[in-house]
Design a protein around this ligand. Structure first.
Ligand SMILES: [Zn+2]
Length: 66
């Protein structure tokens, strides 16, 4: 079997709360505009979006959170 080229979407095994088990997820990076309370500034934050390939549930995780 030939080696696959690296794709933008990598299937990763991750825990899915909806499925209640570890399932393959497609991972995207998405830039989300955020408004912060007490500030007029809008922050554009990159989020990592993991989509369950079994049930389609999305889980967003802020990449700048430590
Ligand atoms: Zn799922």
């Amino acid at each position: 079997m030939a080696v696959q080229e690296s794709a933008a979407r990598n299937d990763r095994e991750e825990e899915c709360e909806t499925c209640g088990r570890t399932t393959p997820h497609g991972v995207d990076i998405r830039i989300v505009d955020e408004s912060n309370e007490g500030s007029t500034k809008y922050a554009r934050e990159p989020y990592r979006i993991a989509t369950c390939q079994v049930c389609g549930a999305e889980r967003a995780q802020r990449m700048n959170d430590a």
